[in-house]
Write a new protein. Sequence first.
Length: 335
Amino acid sequence: MTKPRVLSGIQPTGELHLGNYLGAIRNWVNIQEQYDSFLFMADLHAITVPHDPSQLAQNTAKVAAMYLACGIDLNHATIFVQSHVAAHPELAWLFMCITPLNWLDDMVQFKEKAIKQGEQVGAGLLTYPVLQAADIMLYEPDKVPVGEDQKQHLELTRDIVNSFNHRFGKPKHPILKLPEPMIQAEGARVMSLTDGTKKMSKSDPSDLSRINLLDPPDLIRTKIKKCKTDPVKGLVFGDRDRPECNNLLTLYLLLSGKTKEAVASECAEMGWGQFKPLLTEAAIAHLQPIQEKYHTIMNEPGYLDTVLRQGKEKAEAIANQTLLKVKTAMGYSLP
Ligand code: TYM
């Protein structure tokens, strides 16, 4: 019996942090035995804001190594580089021509990032979610496991698919299968360490706002020591007026592997002075084996190149079939 499929990706821009891990990668690892997983590095997305060409390939390899270090198993998953599969930008173009412009300027991430770039904002930043729709639809996954910030892009993908099926398919015989987002209850929105109302993000100018997966223990200690808290004693989940408290408790929950009930009762009477060392040690202990495995992978000459070459072949075979199906439906002739 064939397994259902999942697809997801991460942009190779900057260091991966706990948000990327808890919102995305950890879930990919948890579900990988039940799904055929396609996981990629979104390096075409990485150039939608100004980038450094001397770092792009290296950053892409580092993300691949991090997938493996976090526990992605090549017996269940295919890891590949987006730019190695030319069908991605080709399908993006086809989708772009059926996507109304006003669907794109509603995208929250576009608005946020465009503000930062002023008049220099590139057209690629606006059309980025269409490329994301193409990334997804080439593999026709059942589920797309992502953090909460990607929900709107998933909704747009579904709108594009519905529009495509309506225009080029027959009623009751859709050409492309609608994907479902898969967003976890806990960890889907990890917040900044310096402001519990802002998402933890690679692009925050302050490194103190995030814990990167490769941060050494001393840096993790410093960041947690300095992180924002509140003056209330007793730590509880879910109090909307205490965003930092909820965020830090959730980090402790996910990194310690304890149950929510256990964490709630352990921390109910605690002050921050008692809690912060607990969170620090849980983070260090959780990240240590990941960091060790990461360095082993990065130091093994040729290993990643082989993984990514095999990934490209597997991904391309599926992507090209879907592209052909789409182009045929749109009226293109075959060469
Ligand atoms: P990116 O690179 O910004 O983030 C990668 C994954 O990490 C999740 N994430 C978070 N989850 C919880 N809390 C946070 N603070 C946090 N920050 C990031 C994101 O939700 C995401 O799952 N557009 C995508 C990349 C992409 C993609 C795709 C994803 C391109 N094509 C197709 C899925 C399917 C992005 O920029 O993710």
